[in-house]
Design a protein around this ligand. Structure first.
Ligand code: AKB
Length: 341
């Protein structure tokens, strides 16, 4: 008999690292199958049942997963983030969209095999929003899920389309078929703000300046921030990001009024971020040297998001506001990380 399993794609990424650590602490009953295009980081290998090196575009590999495992949940984290996707938009479309479609098909096939719904957790992003100007951004303030869905990046377009794909699989799959039946794919998405981890550094994102600034200061390195001091977006520390995914996955399906949710913890300008970094690391040398094309992308993202549907449907509540994020998580954990070498 195959043990029920959870599949984590993009397992080597920042969210993958945090999620696998969480599953390990939770002593998850199901096997954890980690899939990434690169060999799984050494520190994670003994925390998963299987660490598979492979490409989510490799349909033969995915068929092998169907034959070897009984998958009941998929955390599909593999993606090319916004900055990297701008340099390789065609590859980004293939990985972010075709890869996601491959995993939705896998979820459907697994649900048919074992007869239970497969939960499909999808990390969307504030990149699906596109505010037309800094003035409109300031005037709009906290954005609700149905507002300003005009992404200006390939990554944002990819995430927006995959949200619709997931909704199709969950609610409208093969609706004209004579034998139309539910796909069995229980798709649930969270639009993450900029994520900041004490344990890992992001790569290829346009919100990366927050994590890069903090980690540079902790290592005594100067940091030239690529957005302006006024640039403001919502942020969240990794423990809250993992909490939101796990809480949404655990929510009873009949409590969900929608399939895609905003979550928010705190909103900071780059100058407010710098002030907090300098307070924690007084020798920090932070300058502002805007990379205008990248800075313009951040200007299209909302200053903050309205996460009231998540709070009412599945009791979302961050553990870390800006003060707690720095005082209780980032500063102590990053100091320890670099002290330990
Ligand atoms: C990125 O910068 O691309 C991501 C995101 C905001 O989704 N961190």
């Amino acid at each position: 008999m195959r043990k029920p399993a959870v599949l984590v794609t993009g397992a080597n990424g920042e969210v993958g690292y945090g999620l696998i650590e969480n599953f390990n602490k939770q002593k998850l009953e199901m096997d954890v199958i980690a899939l990434d295009i690169r060999k799984l980081e050494k520190g994670l290998r003994d925390k998963v049942s299987a660490a598979i090196v492979g490409d989510i575009l490799d349909e033969n590999l995915l068929q092998r997963l169907v034959s070897e495992y009984e998958i009941h949940a998929i955390y599909h984290l593999a993606a090319l983030l916004s900055t990297r996707a701008e340099f390789t938009p065609d590859t980004a479309h293939r990985v972010n969209v075709d890869g996601t479609l491959n995993l939705l098909r896998l979820a459907h096939e697994q649900a048919r095999w074992h007869g239970n719904p497969v939960k499909f957790l999808f990390p969307s992003s504030i990149a699906v929003y596109g505010l037309p100007s800094v003035g409109a951004k300031k005037e709009t303030g906290r954005v609700r899920e149905k507002q300003w869905n005009f992404p200006t990046t390939m990554y944002g377009c990819n995430k927006s389309y995959c949200e619709h794909l997931g909704r199709y699989y969950a609610l409208h799959y093969r609706q004209l078929a004579a034998d139309a039946s539910p796909s069995g794919v229980d798709f649930r998405a969270i639009r993450f703000p900029g994520l900041i981890s004490a344990m890992t550094l992001p790569s290829g994102g346009t919100s990366d300046y927050a994590a890069e600034m903090i980690h540079a200061a902790a290592q005594g390195n100067p940091y030239a921030c690529f957005v302006s001091e006024e640039a403001r977006i919502p942020f969240m520390v990794m423990p809250d990001a993992i909490k939101s995914l796990v809480d949404l996955a655990a929510a009873p399906a009949d409590k969900l009024s929608q399939r895609v949710y905003n979550v928010s913890s705190f909103s900071l300008s780059a100058a407010e971020l710098r002030d907090r970094v300098v307070k924690a690391f007084p020798d920090a040398k932070v300058t502002f040297e805007p990379d205008l094309p990248r800075a313009r992308i951040v200007d299209t993202w909302p200053a903050d998001v309205d996460d009231s549907p998540a709070r009412s449907d599945w009791s979302w509540q961050p553990d870390f506001d800006a003060d707690a994020a720095f005082d209780k998580y980032l500063v102590p954990a990053i100091r320890k990380r670099y002290a330990d070498g």
